[in-house]
Design a protein around this ligand. Structure first.
Ligand SMILES: NC(=O)c1ccc[n+]([C@@H]2O[C@H](COP(=O)([O-])OP(=O)(O)OC[C@H]3O[C@@H](n4cnc5c(N)ncnc54)[C@H](O)[C@@H]3O)[C@@H](O)[C@H]2O)c1
Length: 375
């Protein structure tokens, strides 16, 4: 019930297919406040949650390095699993999660929330229609203050799934793979750690090549100077308007102590991700270049540039990305549809995150071998 967990409360409340029956969190204050707010039964750990209830499904929003262990417990207890991204921090752990789901005949969905943004789905539809020809280049660039938002220490520790390549790159790689079809052949990356007072990967540039010779760049800068909101009409990541010129400068000094920072993170978690917003959510600027036109987001949908000039396409804004994650999870559980964001898709995403970090460390191109296509 941290930032990610809390963000799902309105989506679960509003979804006909789900009811929040119980949750687990080791922090007593969180248990008390969320139990009071939701009426759900609170447990201090996941084994007692699983033993003390008869749930159908579990949503795992614990720190990334714990997802594999927690998914393993849930599968052993016969529950379907929705897990946060990235699904794990090691390929073997992701493989074990997939094997456990397959053995038990249970669903595993990896909720890369920004890949569910409606404008990204609308871009995919245009690409699939063939109207603009083949996708040749995808660029997704995001400049934020990620590094200076309050964090748990492990969120900055690369070996524990911290830093922007794991945490934010996983959204970018999901967007890129959804738009490019999934089959990334190889990549080359440089990751940066340039603030001596806040050690982690805070920025990266990743160049990806698809099997069909399309290419992509994922650029992320979490050091909080320029914001890509400025290129999306001052619309924030979650769809609110917030004039960039009026934002106070980002505070780059560390909190007084780890405990203070944790406290600030817990406070922020309550409102960090809103349930709905007047405009479309986005993850920075995404531009898709096809043979006969380009596509990028507008505040309320897409701009399509073709021989017809620039058209704006309005995109529905009646369901949040989290509503759509739950739709995909419900369809998977009931067998109505095979989820795109299944375990193998999540594993392929994790492979890109790991390869980007390795490429930067070794100064070499990395060839990928766990990619899957969207079909
Ligand atoms: N999809 C998104 O947009 C999005 C946004 C934020 C975070 N995330 C992902 O969600 C995960 C959590 O990140 P966060 O920012 O919400 O962190 P957080 O620290 O805010 O939340 C983690 C929660 O897990 C609890 N926890 C820790 N150990 C536990 C255990 N053993 N059993 C049960 N609960 C335990 C903590 O008390 C805390 O409440 C990460 O994998 C992150 O990448 C996704």
């Amino acid at each position: 019930m941290g930032a990610a967990g809390r963000a799902f409360l309105p989506a679960i409340r509003g979804h006909a297919g789900f009811e929040l029956a119980a949750f687990a969190d080791p922090v007593a204050e969180i248990r008390e406040s969320v139990a009071a707010e939701t009426g759900a039964v609170a447990f201090a750990d996941i084994p007692s949650l699983l033993a003390g209830t008869s749930l159908d499904a579990v949503y795992i929003a614990t720190p990334t390095e714990l997802h594999a262990e927690h998914a393993g417990l849930a599968f052993a207890a016969g529950k379907h699993v929705l897990t946060e991204k990235p699904m794990a921090i090691r390929i073997e752990d992701a493989q074990a999660m997939i094997a456990a789901a397959d053995r038990a005949g249970l669903s595993l969905v990896v909720g890369h929330a920004h890949g569910y943004d409606r404008p990204i789905a609308a871009m995919r539809e245009i690409v699939a229609s063939g109207r603009l020809g083949r996708v040749r280049m995808i660029h997704t660039w995001n400049f934020t203050d990620w590094m200076y938002r309050p964090r748990r220490p492990d969120e900055l520790a690369i070996a524990l799934g911290g830093g922007v390549t794991f945490r934010q790159g996983s959204h970018q790689f999901d967007i890129i793979r959804l738009l490019g079809g999934g089959m990334v052949k190889s990549l080359r990356a440089t990751a940066f750690d340039w603030d001596p007072n806040r050690r982690s990967i805070g920025a990266h540039t990743v160049y990806l090549q698809f099997a069909d010779e399309a290419v992509a760049t994922a650029v992320y800068n979490g050091y909080g100077y320029f914001s890509t909101m400025e290129l999306v009409s001052d619309v924030t990541e979650w769809g609110f308007t917030e004039p960039v010129g009026k934002r106070p400068p980002v505070r780059r000094s560390a909190a007084a102590s780890t405990a203070d920072e944790l406290e600030a993170k817990r406070k922020r978690a309550k409102t960090a991700i809103p349930a709905s917003a007047p405009h479309q959510p986005h993850f920075g600027l995404t531009v898709v270049s096809c043979e006969r036109g380009d596509i990028r987001q507008s505040p309320d949908g897409l701009y399509v540039y073709s021989d017809r000039g620039r058209e704006e396409i309005a995109v529905r804004n009646d369901r949040s990305p989290r509503d759509l994650v739950l739709d995909e999870f419900a369809a998977a559980i009931t067998g109505r549809a095979r989820p795109v964001h299944n375990g193998r898709w999540g594993l392929a995403n994790l492979e890109v995150c790991l390869a980007a970090i390795e490429s930067s460390q070794r100064g070499e191109e990395i060839v990928l071998k766990h990619q899957v296509s969207i079909g």
